[in-house]
Design a protein around this ligand. Structure first.
Ligand code: NAD
Length: 247
């Protein structure tokens, strides 16, 4: 049986399928991943959360980098892979999407926000790190341009940061709980475009498998969990998922 036929059979048999995505999901939208050659880590070191909290200069650099990326983020559109995931969700074949991505592209492709669990947050808006108050990026940019520094919260005066989870920051409790419950209850877990090396997110495929789900891994490169997967498809995401709409 071909990989495509095997994946189609698993999807047909599933009653509670969950999709888990990583940066590879969005490379076909032009957003580089972390670990492929030329990926983000080969270009700049991420700002650690503790440095962000304690050092105004780290906050300034962090926002400067974010604003430099604004045009790129704004121009980014969902790709065929996102559209197929959204179609599987629309048909009720996939109940939820757990994502490590911060790019909002699952929601932009039509998956309802309350069916997308963002483990690492979202870079398209900002939040106060103290009270959680949300801010649009336009507001942050205006403050930054006027003051020459990253703004603090108007409610509690703590620093405002993109609504992402930085290295060294606590994982979001609610999202972790929801992802845990879904991984334990699903009968098919499909990990797409993730090297599965970033923890604790990488624990979910393993958790699903141990809880009795079938595990599928779609990734160009080998991952450390390939040996426990029921099906490993080592090819591009658009090419892999393309045939599923219409089936
Ligand atoms: P990663 O960079 O570690 O791994 C991505 C994997 O996807 C690689 O193994 C690569 O071979 C594979 N890949 C890339 N394009 C592919 C394609 N078209 N088809 C099939 N496979 C493809 O990414 P990760 O596991 O998500 O971990 C990195 C962290 O970086 C995550 O925490 C994520 O939050 C963050 N990140 C997010 C974005 C985004 O939001 N788009 C972008 C970069 C990094």
């Amino acid at each position: 049986m071909s990989d495509a036929a095997a994946l189609a059979a698993l999807l047909r048999a599933a009653r509670r399928a969950v999709i888990f995505t990583g940066a590879g999901m969005s490379t076909e939208s032009g957003i580089p991943d972390f670990r492929s050659p030329g990926g983000i880590w080969t270009k700049m070191m991420p700002v650690q959360f503790q440095d962000y909290v304690s050092d105004p200069e780290a906050r300034r650099v962090s926002w400067q980098r974010r604003f430099e990326m604004e045009e790129t983020w704004n121009a980014t559109k969902p790709n065929d892979g996102h559209r197929i995931v959204a179609e599987l969700a629309r048909r009720g074949i996939v109940s939820h999407v757990i994502t490590q991505n911060i790019d909002n592209l699952h929601q932009a492709s039509g998956v309802a926000s309350d069916h997308v669990i963002e483990l690492h947050g979202n870079t398209t808006y900002a939040r106060c790190i103290g009270c959680g108050q949300a801010y649009p990026l336009d507001w942050v940019k205006r403050q930054f341009d006027e003051e020459g520094a990253a703004p603090n919260c108007t409610v509690c005066d703590e620093p405002v940061k993109t609504a992402t989870i930085s290295f060294g920051q606590m994982m979001p409790e609610d999202e972790m709980q929801r992802a845990t419950a879904l991984s334990q209850a699903c009968d098919l877990f499909i990990a797409i475009g993730s090297s599965l090396v970033v923890w604790p997110a990488a624990g979910f495929p393993m958790m699903a498998k141990r809880s009795g789900a079938r595990l599928v891994i779609v990734n160009r490169e080998p991952t450390e969990q390939d040996d426990i997967a029921d099906l490993v498809i080592r090819q591009d995401i658009g090419e892999t998922l393309g045939p599923f709409v219409g089936n």
